[in-house]
Design a protein around this ligand. Sequence first.
Ligand SMILES: [Zn+2]
Length: 421
Amino acid sequence: MKLISEITSLSKSFSWRWLLFSFLTMLFLMQCSPKTASQQAQALSVREPDIRVCIAENPREATLAFQGIYTAELEEARYIFDDGVGRMSVNLQDGRLVLSNENRFFELLPPQVVIFKPQMPKDQFILNDIPYQGELTIHFLDGEVTLINTIAMEGYLKGVLPYEIPTAREDYKEAVMAQAIAARSYAHYRLENPVNDLYDTWADERDQVYKGTDKTTPLAERAISETHGIVLADETGPMITQFHSTCGGVLEEYIGSDPSGFAFDLTDNEYNCKVSPHYRWVEFREVETVLWNLSREFDIDSSQVNSWIEAGYELVTEVTSRKSSGRVSEILLNIQGAEYRVDDFRIRRVLADKSGKILKSNFFFFRTSPANPEKFYIIGAGAGHGSGMCQWGAIGMALKGYSHNNILGLYYPQLSIKKVY
Ligand SMILES: [Zn+2]
């Protein structure tokens, strides 16, 4: 009642003639000053954008449940999906997509797009036991099923950050803030350069790992909220930001598009990522493991591999090329005269361990085992490709008292920090 009376009394104090004049003046000014492109861009960037994340493709045996209230328009009717629906299985059967349990049965035939919309921001859908907030879209087109989570950018980052950088310790905070800005920049770049028409980004290592929002940590949440809307940009807008676990002391520096330079990851005369568990390492490989890795990578017939193993063979490993940073760019493997040249990322797969885990980095040298010719050592540094931000280096800088702006300035000297909403 109080509010209404205030509005009533306020409107009485206006002169109607003055109001009409103001309105006409405003209309005139709007016609005289069309918006420039930059004004439009500013207006568009004020609101936090949504991002469309591909969370599953052609799921064979998926499960889906809801917490809170979701609604979806199917061809025949509008349905409510809430806790009472229970856990449904999602199966692709004979060209149909079936969502069912003992209570419900839905059959989707292509082409069909179904959007499950939350009624409240905290409502969640649970896909394969992972809770997600925001919308779920099922695209069923040309026999292909794609599940897409559409979520506001800041919510998306809560599902990214804990998978991209350690967030367990309070004194990592400035590094986690730097990572939040780098991850937000990457996601914004993806909005401008989406994977395809259906979605902007993958939810795995092809882009940034994203696994719903329930694994977020208090430190990740604070790092995101304290950097709200901030990205790294050049004059064209938010930029793709590369990052990796540990450089081992030497960063790859791209000069233009040419990866020919390097820089030391150094402050106060100390390597920043010295605190990393991957800073220096030694691993050994059995020769036969490498032989099988090589056979997969080069499609070598298994009968050939078995004949080498039965007859006895010699595998000679040699580093044939290094980048100026010191990272290995080519190795040569020679088995009984058969030569295999392996380059760049393939090197890490060919030197994977027995369980298939790829080699930590290309920053290594070989050492043979004089006592045991069946195996050899790989002595190395760092984990990951060495481009962009060294995440353990960022943690090292945070521990030395540097701010997130200092960290970003060291790893992305060509970019500047901008608030886009
Ligand atoms: Zn480093």
